[in-house]
Design a protein around this ligand. Sequence first.
Ligand SMILES: Nc1ncnc2c1ncn2[C@@H]1O[C@H](COP(=O)(O)OP(=O)(O)OP(=O)(O)O)[C@@H](O)[C@H]1O
Length: 362
Amino acid sequence: MLTLNQLELRNFRSYSQFSLEEIGPLTIFIGNNAVGKTNLIEAIQLLTAASSFRHPPISQMVKWGESEARLNGLITGDGRRLDVQLQMTGHSKKFSLNGNRKKAVDFMGTLPSVVFTPDDLQLVKGPSSLRRRSLDALGCQLSRNHYLISKDYEKVVQHKNKLLKEGADSLLLESVNEMLTICGSQLIAYRAALAHRFFPVIEQRYREIADGEEAAVIYAPLGDYGEGEELVSKSRDELREALAKKLVAALPQEMARGKSLVGPHGDKINFQVKGMPAADFASQGQQRSLVLAEKLAEVAMVEEVLHVKPVLLLDDVMSELDGDRRRAILNYINQDVQTFITTTHLEYFESSLLESARLVHL
Ligand SMILES: Nc1ncnc2c1ncn2[C@@H]1O[C@H](COP(=O)(O)OP(=O)(O)OP(=O)(O)O)[C@@H](O)[C@H]1O
């Protein structure tokens, strides 16, 4: 099993220097508010998933007054020793693996991670963009193509929005729509394939956490193209045609509003509990169970697809969960997933767990 064995931060956020060696299966970072706990979770996420859940500009991560930040990690296991490094200056990020420069896309599969923060509790009732981002973040860690296509699609939509704002003519917009159709239908196909595999795992985890209560997660991007089995059975050509038609129909309205309105950047992903839309009806407890089910399902998916156990990063979520839901997470931790937890108080943890943890006071 691959694990993060050493971690070193230099001039990263609030840290001039921080290092931790011989890291074991469970580490708990304890400290007061603003002491730098989340900064450590972010550093580990950058060295594993090559991204930060905070989505900051690079310059924000370099310690104030410094010109360069550096993160180093040593990943060991399965007879391997991997030195991972991320150097950040004002505008650039450089990843390297065993001294060789890597693109983010080639770096991110080395040791994946799943992160759970209090912000994730907005996933159920918050805007669809949060659920799309969450699905794509998993997809990007699982598949190089998902990453590349979502980046390409983002660029084309940005370009189209710029043209729409500038009042470009329909001929130019139609040619951009052709590119959008190609990348967009591919992105839909990747999302559909992932959702088809991933959502039943969320539903299963939810049943386990919520005493058999039924939940569903639904991705139906192209209206009458259905969801689940029906959607994944569509060929790439069918998806392309369906998206192209929608883009043609929407163009006059897009030109009038100066904004791109159709495509996977507007896809809806919705949770249901007992057949009802969770965004409208789920209680606080049901929302927490859904998000927890999603996170545990992410761990399972990474393991199933990449045959690597991800690192689990739990940023200050224990205080947000009740006893049963905390136990559901801690059960997972027992199933040997290397885990990092931040907390301001240790009272949320059972003594047996604390005995097996390394406590790092900040
Ligand atoms: N680029 C930076 N340079 C210096 N300090 C920074 C930088 N970015 C963030 N900080 C500081 O890091 C601190 C926040 O750290 P962090 O978010 O890790 O806190 P935390 O321990 O998780 O707190 P809480 O328990 O309140 O969530 C703040 O004091 C902030 O000012």
